[in-house]
Design a protein around this ligand. Structure first.
Ligand SMILES: [Zn+2]
Length: 325
């Protein structure tokens, strides 16, 4: 067996000519070790969400160190797709600019459709058949989210056991009625390729602690699946997820417009009736509205951007329902 059996290649899965003689390239880096399973990380589907790009960098750094120090430790293949929507990332836009469409509403795509459809088609063609795909999203710029996995209940039997190993704080099960079908995750799960959707942090920012927390979970899952050799040493999991579903998540929407000023930290225990923040007006003293928790639970979403309009989401509280076994 050769001393180094780990190869690293970067290539385009789709290259399209742009109107001004530039080319759009959807890049991936592939780390090929042994003949074990193939796994993939997808990020940057939304151009204003950067947390997943940093997770890809952390994983690339880890895999390059493996290539130098323990190439036999990679027993399968890892594919990193850090920037599925490069035009959006270049212009700090959630959607694909010019086409003004959310890439994650264009799956499974088409080889002869417009640019968003072609990106989606190329992605599905390359990701299908993987042992596991993880699609990493951040929140938008308005809300801060704890690291979580969101799962369509139709696929819960297969995905929840995987999600439990991802070292995140929450598994949020969504009823099939509320699930969007044109996402990369739904398209892959529908053809039998397991895809976990991670959501964490806040838009246009990175949260390094969350990224490292997720990285530990990803490496653990890769080892579980046989992508990494059994003797590869990893940090222990240090987060156990709570479970939320449509029955125990409470939404707090602004009763009036103004500035929302929280008085509590994100991801803390709250009691029913506890003050979470106040809505105030920049034009007058005093408080327009107090925001209080409707239940005993955990504050898992908290508004990051202070301006609110009547009806704006300020927080989500999860009533306690117990931990996964
Ligand atoms: Zn997103």
């Amino acid at each position: 067996m050769p001393e180094s059996s780990l190869s690293i290649t970067t290539s385009c899965i789709l290259s399209l000519e742009m109107p001004y003689s530039e080319r759009l390239c959807i890049r991936r880096t592939v780390y090929r070790g042994g003949n074990g399973p193939r796994v993939a990380i997808v990020a940057g589907i939304h151009g204003d969400e950067l947390e997943g790009l940093y997770v890809c960098q952390l994983l690339a750094d880890w895999l390059e160190r493996m290539a130098r120090e323990n190439p036999a430790g990679l027993t399968g293949t890892v594919e990193l797709y850090p920037a599925m929507n490069p035009l959006g990332l270049d212009t700090l836009t959630r959607a694909i600019p010019v086409f003004d469409t959310d890439l994650n509403r264009n799956f499974p795509g088409s080889p002869s459709g417009d640019l968003p459809k072609r990106i989606a088609h190329a992605a599905i063609g390359n990701l299908s058949g993987a042992a596991l795909v993880i699609d990493i999203h951040a929140s938008n710029i308005y809300l801060r989210e704890i690291p979580q996995v969101r799962i369509n209940t139709d696929f819960a039997d297969r995905l929840v056991p995987l999600a439990q190993r991802l070292n995140l704080d929450l598994i949020w099960l969504h009823g099939a009625m509320t699930v969007l079908e044109a996402t990369v995750a739904h398209s892959l799960n529908s053809v039998g390729t397991p895809c976990l959707v991670v959501e964490m942090g806040v838009g246009m920012r990175i949260t390094p602690d969350y990224c490292r927390q997720l990285m530990t979970g990803i490496l653990t899952l890769w080892k579980d699946l046989g992508v990494l050799a059994p003797d590869v040493e990893l940090p222990s999991l240090n987060h156990l997820p709570l479970i939320a579903d449509d029955s125990n998540v409470h939404y707090l929407n602004a009763p009036t417009s103004g500035l929302f000023v929280p008085v509590i930290e994100h991801w803390t225990d709250v009691r029913k009736g506890q003050l979470l923040g106040n809505i105030v007006s920049p034009l007058q003293g005093g408080i327009l509205a107090e925001v209080r928790s409707p239940v005993d639970g955990i504050l898992f979403t908290l508004r990051e951007y202070p301006l609110v309009y009547e009806g704006s989401l300020m927080a989500r509280v999860m009533a306690r329902k117990g931990r996964l076994a």
